[in-house]
Design a protein around this ligand. Structure first.
Ligand code: ADP
Ligand code: MG
Length: 285
């Protein structure tokens, strides 16, 4: 079990994380928040790359930074901007990181297995410098799984990927969840919508809400509306209301609006989603 207790972080006197309290058990946790919310800062503190200003990170009750916690050996991490060695092949990269992680002895079977899992078996001897963004991200996921970690942290795992690679990666994430803690930090709602057991909505260095994706969606039932209007109407409404998912149909604009009151007489209530819950919190800033 991983716990974050009253965690604060300041950079140059400016407080970025304002006293976070979180408990992670097994399952997939979606840490969802806009850019600048403090997700990466939190992940970097949990993984020990950054030091908190105050508060604690505990792994099974022992400070994670204490060697006795054994956390380093039980952690897999894919940072938001991982460094790669472009002259290494995928297999060499995994061998090198196995050594850094202190995995002893012959590790070839595990490396082959992980490459197969992320669908890179055929590229095992290809240099990382020739990989596409999606392939690199999958290689990054493979390294995060070396040594069968109990806690896997992935920071913006699908950022910059094309739609197909994005779906591929999400499917892999759903598969690695069994029996461990997976934390996915992202600003992209669909990254966590269908795979997270718990979603943590984080804004401005604070946790706003936490719950199952369907619970967070349910909390905005009756506040989500679909509105057909023209361009001028769309512009007017989007200034007044939390508006998402704008699309056009012939001459009309179709808006999705989150509002406690009916935004226009023609507005029709629709089934709420996690995206709507996120939109409502965004509008509360
Ligand atoms: P997120 O990952 O949610 O996009 P970050 O944790 O990267 O958010 O950043 C949160 C805030 O902290 C931002 O305002 C960012 O500018 C600031 N920040 C992050 N790292 C540093 C740093 N090393 N020095 C100063 N400010 C930082
Ligand atoms: Mg980030």
């Amino acid at each position: 079990m991983l716990e974050v207790v009253d965690l604060k972080k300041s950079f140059g006197g400016r407080e970025i994380l304002h006293g976070l309290n979180l408990t992670f058990e097994s399952g997939v946790y979606g840490l969802l928040g806009p850019n600048g919310a403090g997700k990466s800062t939190l992940m970097n503190i949990i993984t020990g790359l950054l030091r908190q200003t105050s508060g604690q990170v505990l792994f099974h009750g022992v400070p994670a930074s204490d060697r006795r916690s054994g956390f380093a050996a039980k952690l897999g991490y894919l940072p938001q901007q991982p460094g790669y060695y472009k002259n290494y092949t995928a297999a060499e990269f995994l061998r090198y990181l196995s050594a850094l992680k202190g995995i002893r002895g012959k590790n070839e079977a595990q490396i082959a297995h992980l490459l197969e899992f992320v669908n890179l078996s055929e590229n095992a001897d290809q240099k990382l410098g020739t990989f596409s963004g999606g392939m690199l991200r999958r290689a990054g996921l493979a390294q995060a799984l070396l040594g069968k970690p109990e806690v896997v942290i992935l920071d913006e795992p699908t950022a910059g990927l094309d739609p197909l690679e994005r779906i591929r990666l999400r499917n892999l994430l759903a598969e690695i969840a069994k029996g461990r803690t997976v934390i996915v930090a992202t600003h992209i709602v669909p990254d966590v919508e269908f795979i997270a057991n718990q979603v943590i909505l984080m804004f401005d260095g604070q946790v706003r809400q936490m719950g199952k994706p369907e619970e967070l969606a349910e909390a905005v039932r009756g506040q989500v509306w679909q509105v057909w209007t023209d361009y001028a109407g769309a512009e007017r409404l989007s200034k007044r209301f939390a508006t998402g998912n704008l699309f056009t149909e012939q001459d009309a604009c179709v808006l999705r609006i989150v509002s406690e009151t009916q935004p226009t007489p023609e507005a029709v209530p629709v089934q709420p989603t996690l995206e709507d819950a996120f939109l409502r919190e965004s509008a509360r800033r």
